[in-house]
Design a protein around this ligand. Structure first.
Ligand SMILES: Nc1nc2c(c(=O)[nH]1)N[C@H]1C(S)=C(S)[C@@H](COP(=O)(O)OP(=O)(O)OC[C@H]3O[C@@H](n4cnc5c(=O)[nH]c(N)nc54)[C@H](O)[C@@H]3O)O[C@H]1N2
Ligand SMILES: Nc1nc2c(c(=O)[nH]1)N[C@H]1C(S)=C(S)[C@@H](COP(=O)(O)OP(=O)(O)OC[C@H]3O[C@@H](n4cnc5c(=O)[nH]c(N)nc54)[C@H](O)[C@@H]3O)O[C@H]1N2
Ligand code: SF4
Ligand SMILES: [Mo]
Length: 750
């Protein structure tokens, strides 16, 4: 990206000014704060090259950064890195656009306007960190004492581990994260089939890649994209199924525009073919799986799923289903990749689909074999609780606001549900939540975003830890400005391609902007005030992030200190890949048949289940959504570089659909579902099936404080219904899929 190196201080100043001018909340202190001049970053010598790990997406590619006079100028890939393989995608390269975003939250602030809503000026006033931390700790303790720990809602990822110590010390059962909209199904289904979620993909040694909606190259996800290219160079065949002909389809040898939500039928039919024709890896099944034990049940279970039946549901010709099943089984090693939401959270039938895909990989005999799925060889980095053991945590009792206690496997997974949260907060237990704290989450990731926002607006005291003033920040009673990954320190493990243990350092590429602080620091400072016994060492001194990082690198055998690791940049323990002969399940075998599912009343083998919503006269189109290559979810739309490349979204329809609806390219239309409506310009393209409409995710920001992103495009999530735990249990959904794409819509001329 050529323009980033030209980002001068003068331009930053202009941007800061322009940003302030367009803030629509009048001449409040709030707007003045946002007009504040950027502070020059400081503290580093003239030109430095520093190693760090990208923090935009979970590929966390290793990067080398050029910093001049304390200002980040340029980033490039780190050659030794197993993930990025020396490359960065556009989002990683746009790092300066995040760290120097003039709209960033700059100081702790507290609300003065009790009314909450998109268009309400929160009336924030600047306070000191001490005031903010004292206030938050005092309100938290008051809430626990008066209403019980279950009145506290924590919306947060489970990291860093020192932050989880703070959350565990609260004792609330209501820590939720986004995982039912992403990888909870993987965690639960893979957990029982493979013994853990299996995210290692040795794609570059595969000879056959059979991908259902696995759209990673079109996401420009480096860790997956270059191995596909390399495999193809070596003659690997790549078959891709998706209702939208994305960039991934361009890499494929064969592409099938499958009907949304029907992949399960095709995979079940392929399994039937492979089983009945005995095309599977006989030795592998015999030695490493529970196939011998459950052979009869397994064969009987798949028998009804004929390719002809699957063709009718999916529009994939039966002859191709049979041919591809035979080819896949005959070409080893083969892989049927799957990454998180890619059909792991989109539809009501995500759980049986993930189970069926796991079986397809097992039948090929390529689990933990070169060219297949593999168990990541991870470094042994101790947790903060292992290094500095805490006193016992309080039990997590009381009301589960998302209803996860009703679902045995969701409860066991320790995650939580976005898709049932609003039901709990607005209908089942209104008024229960008295204190909320969130970090780096936005209602735009939740289904039925409008309702999700309404639910969050009911929290009487809401603390928002954020980098950018997104929509959820507008609800904040206290704002705590967070540092970006560009300004943070950490040990970043190569997980997706962990063929051997490898860790890249994350270190500040310049001083933290303004008064932003890291989540680890905030956890300790809040901990000192609210739960001091958990944040003291045996000698009575306080825990510190510096000491925690030092101990981690030392005990993992990486370096003598974190400072030394910063000099090293990357640490690898190269070792040969020794295929496993035992697996981390209860009996050390891979579980095609999952007895624990049967024990709890769920299907032990993947059975056909339709998606939640099918087209009707009222809503004749499938809604499908896609994540653009050049954006991260809903967090990068305000990055000036990425905004320049893709400032807004659209609704894509097929040319014949456009003709039928009598709409022209660029014309604004209404897209309606049973829960919401959006307006977007039409993009006409044969890349999409005639019965589908496609909306790229991440746009439709309503926070006026995001100068570039505000008002651009519309939210796909406004069209997607949320759900209840009763609905999830009624369909016997073992993984509790968030159904984040499961909607049907109609399109109307405006
Ligand atoms: N650039 C970028 N990359 C990312 C991310 C990001 O934010 N930005 N986020 C990362 C994260 S957290 C995740 S979970 C992944 C998600 O990655 P994906 O799940 O791949 O994301 P989507 O683009 O939402 O969905 C992929 C494609 O599935 C297709 N699809 C929809 N319905 C069906 C169906 O029924 N069958 C089939 N076969 N295909 C269907 C759609 O055409 C869509 O293009 O991406 C990761 N990579
Ligand atoms: N409608 C719809 N909903 C979805 C999806 C979808 O495709 N469509 N995808 C689902 C999936 S797979 C996932 S993983 C979730 C993701 O859901 P989220 O994690 O909520 O989404 P993000 O956009 O990654 O991050 C949310 C907020 O983090 C803040 N942020 C800004 N910069 C950064 C940064 O550099 N790092 C971090 N960590 N945060 C930053 C931003 O203010 C942003 O609003 O969404 C899910 N929800
Ligand atoms: S794929 Fe791109 S955004 Fe993701 S970690 Fe790598 S460089 Fe960063
Ligand atoms: Mo995700």
């Amino acid at each position: 990206m050529a323009s980033q190196s030209k980002l001068s201080r003068r331009q930053f100043m202009e941007l800061a000014g322009a940003g302030a001018a367009t803030v629509a909340f009048g001449d409040t202190l709030f707007s003045k704060l946002f007009a504040a001049q950027l502070q020059p970053a400081h503290g580093l010598s003239p030109t430095q090259t520093l190693v760090t790990a990208c923090g935009i997406c979970d590929s966390v590619c290793g990067m080398r950064a050029t910093v001049v006079d304390g200002v980040l100028k340029f980033v490039e890939g780190l050659p030794e890195d197993l993930h990025g393989n020396g490359t960065l995608c556009g989002k990683g390269k746009a790092a300066p656009g995040l760290v120097y975003d003039p709209d960033r939250l700059k100081y702790p602030m507290k609300r003065t306007n009790p009314k909450k809503g998109w268009n309400e000026d929160p009336g924030w006033v600047r306070i000191t960190w001490n005031e903010a931390l004292d206030l938050v700790a005092q309100k938290l303790l008051e809430t626990i004492q008066k209403y019980g720990a279950d009145s506290v809602l924590v919306l947060s990822r489970p990291s860093p581990d020192i932050w989880m110590r703070f959350v565990n010390a609260i004792g609330t059962p209501n820590r939720l994260d986004h995982q039912d909209t992403c990888y909870q199904v993987h965690k639960i289904v893979h957990g029982k089939v493979f013994g853990t979620r299996l995210w290692g993909h040795d794609l570059n040694n595969s000879r056959y890649i059979l991908a259902f909606g696995w759209d990673m190259p079109a996401k420009s996800k480096n860790v997956y994209t270059w191995p596909v290219a390399e495999a193809k160079r070596k003659g690997c065949k790549f078959v891709f199924f998706s209702p939208y002909r994305s960039a991934t389809a361009n890499l494929a040898d064969e592409y099938f525009p499958i009907r949304p939500g029907s992949d399960l039928a095709v995979v079940l039919a392929m399994i039937k073919v492979i089983l009945e024709e005995e095309l599977y890896d006989r030795d592998f099944l015999q030695n490493y799986t529970n196939f011998p034990q459950y052979r009869q049940q397994i064969l009987a279970h798949f028998a009804p799923y004929t390719p002809q039946w699957a063709q009718e549901l999916s529009d994939v010709p039966a002859a191709d289903i049979v041919r591809i099943a035979r080819e896949f089984a005959a070409t080893r090693p083969g892989i049927a990749p799957s990454h998180k939401k890619s059909l792991g959270a989109n539809y009501a039938n995500a759980s049986p689909l993930q189970h069926a895909l796991a079986i397809l990989n097992i039948l090929n005999g390529s689990v933990d074999r070169p060219g297949g799925l593999f168990y990541q060889r991870l470094p042994n980095i101790p947790s903060v609780d292992a290094i500095f053991p805490p006193p016992p945590y309080p039990p997590k009792n009381g009301v589960y606001i998302d209803g996860k206690d009703m679902h045995p496997f969701v409860k066991e997974s320790g995650q939580g549900m976005w898709s049932t949260l609003a039901d709990g907060m607005l209908r089942k237990y209104p008024g229960k939540i008295k204190f909320g704290i969130t970090n780096l989450y936005n209602h735009m990731s939740m289904p039925n975003c409008k309702e999700a926002f309404e639910a969050l607006a009911t929290i009487p005291f809401f603390v928002v830890m954020e980098i950018l003033p997104n929509e959820v920040t507008l609800l904040a009673d206290v704002v705590l400005p967070l540092t970006t990954w560009v300004e943070g320190s950490d040990l970043v493990v190569r997980a997706y391609r962990g063929l051997y243990p490898q860790v890249v350092v994350r270190q500040p590429l310049g001083a933290a902007q303004y008064e932003a602080k890291g989540l680890g620091w905030i956890a300790i400072e809040l901990g000192k005030r609210a739960f001091p016994e958990y944040f003291k060492k045996p000698d009575g001194s306080w825990l510190s992030m510096g000491e925690i990082l030092d101990e981690k690198v030392k005990r993992a055998g990486i370096a003598q200190s974190f400072a030394q690791f910063k000099q090293m940049g990357i640490w690898s323990k190269v070792q040969p890949f020794v295929p496993r002969t035992e697996f981390p399940t209860s009996d050390k075998k891979l579980h095609i048949y999952v007895p624990e599912f049967a024990d709890k009343g769920f299907d032990p083998l993947p059975a056909w289940m339709p998606k939640r919503e099918e087209p009707s006269a009222e809503y004749p189109f499938y809604l499908i959504t896609t994540i653009p290559a050049i954006h991260r979810r809903n967090s990068t739309q305000n990055n000036r570089f990425l905004h320049e490349i893709m400032p807004t979204n659209y609704v894509m329809i097929h040319p014949r659909t456009a003709q039928q609806l009598r709409v022209a390219e660029g014309e604004t239309v209404k897209v309606k579902s049973r829960v919401g409506e959006v307006r977007l310009p039409v993009k006409i393209s044969p890349q999409i099936r005639e019965d589908c409409v496609l909306i790229p995710h991440g746009f439709g920001h309503q926070s006026r404080l995001l100068t570039l992103a505000y008002g651009k495009g519309a939210r796909d999530g406004d069209l997607v219904p949320a759900q209840t735990m009763e609905e999830i249990l009624a369909r016997r959904d073992v993984g509790g899929s968030g159904c984040i794409m499961d909607a049907v819509v109609r399109v109307e001329k405006v």
